[in-house]
Design a protein around this ligand. Sequence first.
Ligand SMILES: C[S@@+](CC[C@H](N)C(=O)[O-])C[C@H]1O[C@@H](n2cnc3c(N)ncnc32)[C@H](O)[C@@H]1O
Length: 324
Amino acid sequence: MNDRHASTEDESSSEVSREDVRDFYSKAAIATQESLCCPVKYERVDLSHIPERVLEISYGCGSPVSQANIRSGEFLVDLGSGGGIDCFIAAKIVGASGRVIGIDMTEKMLAVARENAQAVSQNLGYNNLEFKQGFLENIPLEDESVDVVTSNCVINLSTRKKDVFKDIHRILKPGGRFVIADIISDQPVPDEMRNNRELWGECVSGALTLDEFLGYSREAQFHGFTVTKDYLWKEVEGLKFYSYILRGYKHSLPASCCAGAQLAIYKGPFATVTCGNTSFSVGVPVEIDGDLAEMLSAPPFEAMFNIIDPENEEIAAGDDSCCA
Ligand SMILES: C[S@@+](CC[C@H](N)C(=O)[O-])C[C@H]1O[C@@H](n2cnc3c(N)ncnc32)[C@H](O)[C@@H]1O
């Protein structure tokens, strides 16, 4: 895969290319790169079916799969899957009826992942795993086919991050979600640092600020964000780089039976919350349109609101109405 000419930088003024990143990770697939190792605490039980070789080249900065509330039978895609650690953890959780695909551009990483997938499948007693070569910016999967996208310390490495968010949105089913562990900087990374290939490869100088990350996600039409600041990883030239877990949702399909006005009652615990331009005070009915009713009836909001049809004053959430 040669993409030197396809890689037109957008938001990034960096001189670093995807080929630089691929060279970096080709080496990291062969021998453990200590400078890349963030302290990630995986649960022992989650790793019991995974060969040691995979753990040696694990370069994540969090455990997105363990925080994605994955259900049995779901279809999960891990972007920048590397040696496959998060795919292998997910393969156990989604079970035999689920499916896991890892996407990575680096052949040497894919080779390690594929080789160890056989042992993992044997240990699990079923095979629901696949590793595909591809780019985060142009994911080789169909539109609206995936339940959950995870990624572990990879978005920061992309030189075209806006394209990554757009493509994650494209492949997710309506109502689907992303759960991403990544490095976030406390201030925008200056240009001379962004041009440093070594620092970029080490997941430092390609980092976004939290505002940038959420801005790109909103631009790609995601909503319902939750953010967990995990730990301070590094301080470089006065900038602080933290490990975060970030989650967001793709809108569900518009609810055809809910086109009319609805009432939403916020259940608490805060006195007031705001969603877009609409404020909700705890316990006070607010008239909203069908689209917002549909959004507040789905994750991650559904536990926070009662949605009421004013025509018959019945609580829709939990009954058989299509808004439930
Ligand atoms: C820091 S490693 C993380 C690997 C894995 N997620 C883990 O936790 O061990 C980054 C991985 O992302 C891949 N990668 C980086 N940029 C990519 C891109 N634009 N498209 C596809 N893969 C990419 C690299 O090849 C490498 O395997």
